[in-house]
Design a binder for this molecule. Sequence first.
Ligand code: TEU
Length: 548
Amino acid sequence: MQDWQRSVIYQIYPKSFHSHAGNPTGDLLGVVAKLDYLQWLGVDCLWITPFLRSPQRDNGYDISDYYAIDPSYGTMADCELLIAEAGKRGIKLMLDIVVNHTSIEHTWFQQARSSLDNPYRDFYIWRDQPNNWESKFGGSAWEYEAQTGQYFLHLFDHTQADLNWDNPKVRAEVFKMMRFWRDKGVGGFRLDVINLISKPADFPEDDTDGRRFYTDGPNVHEYLQQMHREVFEGHDLINVGEMSSTSLEHCIRYSAPESKELSMTFNFHHLKVDYPNLQKWIRADFDFLQLKRILSDWQTGMQAGGGWNALFWCNHDQPRVVSRFGHDGEHRVVSAKMLGTALHFLQGTPFVYQGEELGMTNPGFDHIDQYRDVETLNIFRLKREAGASDAENMAAIMQKSRDNGRTPMHWNTEPNAGFSTVEPWIGVPANAQTINVASQLDDPDSVLHHYRRLIALRRSEALMSDGVYRQLLPEHLQLWVYVREGDGERLLVLNNFYGSPCEVELPDDVISETMAQRLVISNYPDCPSRNRQIFLRPYESFVLHLTD
Ligand code: TEU
């Protein structure tokens, strides 16, 4: 077992984490200032979303210089200080690398667009006529470039031009840049939408949005193996691929050690259970049975195939999980803890997204002026043009917008939740007064202390890393029950996903009176039912270690 297979990773969205300089946006020194907190929490590694130079049209996922720090985040010296200070605390730093595309402000694109025979022309993907592929942010995936009379491909915003990975010079530049960061001391990479880098040469189309043609595309494994040889081999790095609309088979190949590609993969199938017919921009409840089925299939499938999952409920593109799959009203604390437990006992490497450890909620912004995200603003405009009413549009946006997860971190009850001394770039939810780090540090029953316990357990409970996953009661409409089994011992993980109590009987090969029991963690102060007949209170969750 590798060290990162027993690790917990914390994700920082630096724009909303902490502003040391007292600006509307956060900065790298703001992260340095909070390292003691992160060490106390017990995390092993920080994934920080992009802070390289960028016009910030997509908050840094549109990079214009891979070798420079964006001035809004600080300087290269600040970055070096952050790597060193984190290292002193035993914490690694994972750099978010965006190489499916660059900003159109990158010099490569500026060169490429200038003439048909420019040496950088082939760094990007050009065609005389667009096909029908759609951008993930709405509208066509092709943008007309008047100067040279061709269209370029952008799977995301029209200011994010897709790189042409079939050009060996592009790969050489990317690997050189990654070695630069590796040699600076980063502990690994998070690779943005890395399974989209290989497009089929003939750009086929059908009556879909095109994703099936470029997702896990023809040469992707070859290119990742090359990256492994040229950047990772012989170095102690954690490399996580973000995989858009991927498959289990491909994720096994991306993450199985013998493939020599990546350490682990993120996928999003379990976060589409509130997208009716895969339509994101419709307000809808989540499908609990589907959630369990997808997560269980990935647990057993990845384990059988020798792959490794990156586990997560939240990130900077997702709504807050307590508002999504839990209860952000009276059951907020207990349901946030339940969701933490349900995820952390799965096989894989858990990621905690800033504020998740507090049970931060969606902010409830009900006016489009409160939103900043390019995807949200594009969708609002496109749906309005298509005739949707603002009320219908806002109902979906309030539930689904990426800005739900991007509001400033709640540090304390000072102005702007202690995030900055000036008004932040995006609003601070009113509940920062009650949900914040300072108050939870003092409260051993807080969500924060529960997460700290979960993180510590990863190190002490071996079965959390290597136990075999088996789901019980798969058709139960309210409980997610699973075991992580080893030789003659198991962790039994019970989670009530709803606000009503519930009783079930478990099989006696899982729990019986003759077995030795130990309570590992629970989200209620007591844990009365510890036999085959289990009674769970609203959102109750607990874990028993059982030995035959
Ligand atoms: O996200 C990739 C991605 O496909 C999504 O999670 C995306 O936000 C969603 O499909 C929109 O509905 C990554 C980054 O995490 C995201 O912030 C960037 O905007 C995107 O890539 C482009 O770089």
